[in-house]
Each structure stands twice: as C-alpha cells, then as structure tokens.
Design a protein around this ligand. Structure first.
Ligand SMILES: Nc1nc2c(ncn2[C@@H]2O[C@H](COP(=O)(O)OP(=O)(O)O)[C@@H](O)[C@H]2O)c(=O)[nH]1
Ligand SMILES: [Mg+2]
Length: 306
C-alpha cells in the first residue's frame, strides 16, 4: 500500500540527510530536492495544490533547522516530514457515527450514501451496518439504487447475512419513494438509523444529480456521505467537488486503501478537500472499515516496508 508516495518521501529524506552530512544545506539544495519531491508527489497522484503545500511547508522547516550534534540526521529529517504531513492530514476532522446516533435526539438518524459506480457504496453500507449492529445500534438498510439491475439483490444479500432489516424497491422504481418507505418502516419499528444506498453512474451526469437531489429533498438526511475510491486517483477530488457543488456533502468515506499502490488520492482527499473523513475502507470484509485519523495515513506513509 502507498508504495509510490512512500518511496517519494523516503527518497527525499535520504537526499536531504545525505546532503546535510557533508555540508550545510543551502537554498539551492533545498529548492532542488523540494522540486524533485513535488514532481514525485504529483506522479503519485497527489493533487497539485496539495503537493505544493506539502513541499512549501517542508522547505520552510528545512530553512530553520539547526541539527544538534550527535543527532540521527535521517531520523530528524524524517520527523520534520512526518510533522508537516500530520498537520495537513489533521485538517480533516471526523466524527463517529455511533456517537452521533447516540447523541441525536431525533430517531431514526438518516444517512445517505452517494458516489459514482463501483466506488464501494454498497459494500461500505454493509460494513457500516455491521459496525453499528456490533455496537448495539439498530440499523435498517435501504436500497434506493433502483437503477442498476442486481443492486437490490447485492444489498439484500448483505442484509440477510448480517441479520439487518432491508427495504428495497422494484427495478426502475422512484428512489425517493423507496427511501421514504425505509424511513417510515424504521420510525414505526423504532430503529435507530436508516442507511440509504443510492444509484451511481459511470460518470457524473445531470440525471444522477437530479435523482439525488430529489432523494435528499424527501429524506432530509442528517449525514450526506460521499464514498470515494482511492484507486481513482486525482479524479476522486473532482468527483468530490462536483457532488459538493450539486448536493452538498458532509463528509467522505474513502475506500480501497488496501489496494492503493500510489497513495496520492488519499493524501489529496484528506489534506485538500476541506471535508470530514469519517472512515476508510481497507478490504472487502465487513470488518475492513476503520475510523479515520491522521495516524492511519501516517502509518501507511512511513512505517510499512511493503
Ligand atoms: N479492496 C477493496 N475493495 C473494496 C473496498 N470497498 C469496496 N470494494 C470492492 O469494490 C467493488 C465495488 O463495490 P460496490 O460496493 O459494489 O460499489 P458501488 O457500485 O459503489 O455500490 C466490489 O468488488 C467491492 O468488494 C475496499 O475498501 N477495499
Ligand atoms: Mg452499489
């Protein structure tokens, strides 16, 4: 995971440390190595403005350093880089759905999941449902994806496996009406939370946005979650901007970190989007959902050898 961006960062740390061993770092060294790092970050799918911010902040720190005698230089530089990245990654705040639901005076809490085709919406809903059930929260799963044949079946299967009630609709049915049925069911039967799956498209188009707007208008969700796939690289940021403009999103769940060899999309989404990151997906199992913290990304960037 994250090999590409990790290599970029490790190379940079090594180059700077080697340079420092022989001479005092001057402006030329700093800008040369920072330019290299900028290029490598961009090649690893980090969005340009995020890459630039990372490199500028690291450069500024390097201009101020005074390394005490006897210090492990490489470790010292590495810590500077970690520190800069952590600050940027900490821009993304988070909150836990379980805590949110526990505190909410209004039940059921309504959570709508959006995103383009294949990013992992349906799988993520199953993971969230599993996590909630384990915590003693009572969820209902609603398949308001009536667009893709098989979407209903897929979610229904998960709900049966998890022992969680499922509300669906016929292929081609009005998604807003299906979502509404789900909420009525949950209210009547005193469930805590309704998890609503929506249809994606291959691309973002007007039809998708209009359909989603209608769902949102009818449901009045407490939380609008955009599911983003780390493997889509720079496009993830574009998707987020479009959904946010059209619908307004509260935060993101970022999937497939386990399969992401570059790491750039994850860093960009977390550091550059200015949205909450609720959870990250790290596999296809129900358990493969982790609450977001900057530590997760830092660990992937620095501590793994493979
Ligand atoms: N490796 C990995 N695969 C995932 C993850 N989340 C979802 N997937 C896979 O991505 C594919 C598409 O997922 P799906 O939930 O159907 O996407 P949807 O079209 O957005 O509903 C499936 O094969 C999932 O198993 C994840 O965190 N890691
Ligand atoms: Mg789906």
């Amino acid at each position: 995971m994250f090999q590409k961006i990790r290599n970029a960062v490790q190379n940079f740390v090594k180059q700077i440390s080697d340079a420092i061993r022989y001479k005092t770092l001057d402006e030329k060294d700093i800008s040369r190595y920072c330019d290299n790092l900028l290029n490598e970050l961009i090649e690893s799918d980090v969005a340009y403005d995020v890459a630039e911010k990372i490199v500028t902040d690291i450069g500024n720190r390097l201009r101020e350093i005074k390394i005490p005698r006897g210090t492990n230089v490489e470790e010292y530089i590495n810590n500077i880089v970690i520190d800069v990245l952590r600050k940027l990654l900490d821009n993304a705040t988070s909150y836990d759905f379980i805590e949110y639901i526990a505190k909410s005076s209004e039940k059921p809490v309504k959570i709508v999941f959006m995103g383009i085709n294949g990013v992992g919406k349906t799988t993520t809903i199953a993971k969230v449902a599993y996590m909630l059930k384990k915590a003693g929260v009572k969820p209902v799963i609603v398949a308001a994806d009536t667009f893709r044949a098989g979407a209903q079946e897929q979610l229904k299967k998960h709900s049966e496996r998890l022992g969680i009630p499922f509300i669906g609709g016929k292929y081609g049915a009005d998604p807003a009406a299906v979502a509404f049925d789900g909420i009525v069911f949950a209210s009547k039967n005193r469930f805590d939370v309704v998890l609503i799956d929506t249809a994606g498209r291959m691309h973002i188009d007007v039809d998708l946005m209009n359909e989603l707007k209608k769902v949102i208008k009818v449901v009045k969700p407490h939380i609008k979650v955009l599911v983003l796939d780390a493997l889509t690289g720079n496009d993830a940021i574009e998707q987020a901007k479009k959904f946010d403009e059209a619908i307004g999103i509260d935060g993101v769940i970022l999937t497939k970190l386990d399969a992401d060899a570059s790491g750039g999309a994850a860093v960009s989404v977390v550091a550059g989007l200015g949205k909450k990151i609720f959870y990250v997906g790290v596999g296809q199992g129900y358990d493969d959902l982790i609450r977001y913290s900057s530590d997760i990304i830092i660990r992937l960037l620095f501590k793994q050898s493979k």
